[in-house]
Design a protein around this ligand. Structure first.
Ligand SMILES: [Mn+2]
Length: 206
């Protein structure tokens, strides 16, 4: 399943590729991309603990909570999710808030939703988010968001743990988000869990 989505006036184009674990009808992996104030955008990928309907329910609660907090600091988003997920299985998630006015991205992850930032300018080093162990809803660690500059054409990639974390992006930096998401899912789906890839290219405010 691959979806390519582009909303007008959003500062990025993005695509999702994902499949539930074999035997499951619903995926416990769920993404959110929403515009925020001043031409910003918030990108998140959530993995409900385990798989199946209870995992999907936890992921839905997290995404709904994030959607209400897109203008808040990312650590506040996580704290709200922690509170709202207490009556669910819990989830792991990574969120990135892009501020187009300053060209800055602030990202934060609890658990193992991996996040990388590939640079359009190959002279700039790629970045990978340092994740903190924990489960949102049960065990929230000390939250340490990181900020980095983001440039036009940079590509943000989020993957849940159904994707081999050693995935290779050689040749991907200049491809479309749909190509990148599909490429990673088709080659690196471990098939032992729900799997989802979110790829987004920062295009700035047009
Ligand atoms: Mn998982």
């Amino acid at each position: 399943m691959t979806q390519f989505l582009q909303a007008e006036h959003w500062p990025l184009e993005f695509a999702l590729a994902g499949d539930p674990m074999e035997g499951e009808k619903v995926s416990g992996d769920l993404s959110m991309v929403r515009p925020s104030a001043n031409g910003g955008v918030v990108v998140a990928l959530v993995d409900g603990i385990g798989h199946g309907p209870a995992a999907a329910q936890a992921a839905k609660v997290a995404v709904a909570t994030l959607a209400h907090q897109v203008n808040a600091p990312v650590e506040w988003m996580l704290e709200c999710c922690h509170k709202e997920l207490k009556n669910t299985r819990g989830a792991v998630l990574t969120v990135a808030a892009i501020d187009s006015s300053s060209g800055t991205m602030t990202w934060l992850g609890v658990g193992n939703v991996e996040a990388r930032l590939l640079r359009a300018d190959t002279l700039r080093p790629s970045a990978q988010l340092v994740l903190t162990a924990g489960i949102v809803g049960y065990d929230l660690p000390v939250l340490r968001p990181w900020s980095t500059s983001i440039f036009l054409g940079d590509v943000l990639i989020f993957t849940t743990d159904g994707i081999d974390r050693q995935y290779d992006t050689a040749g991907c930096a200049n491809k479309s988000p749909a190509y990148i998401a599909n490429h990673i899912l088709s080659r690196y789906n471990k098939l032992t869990d729900d799997a989802m890839v979110l790829a987004a290219r920062y295009s700035g405010i047009k």
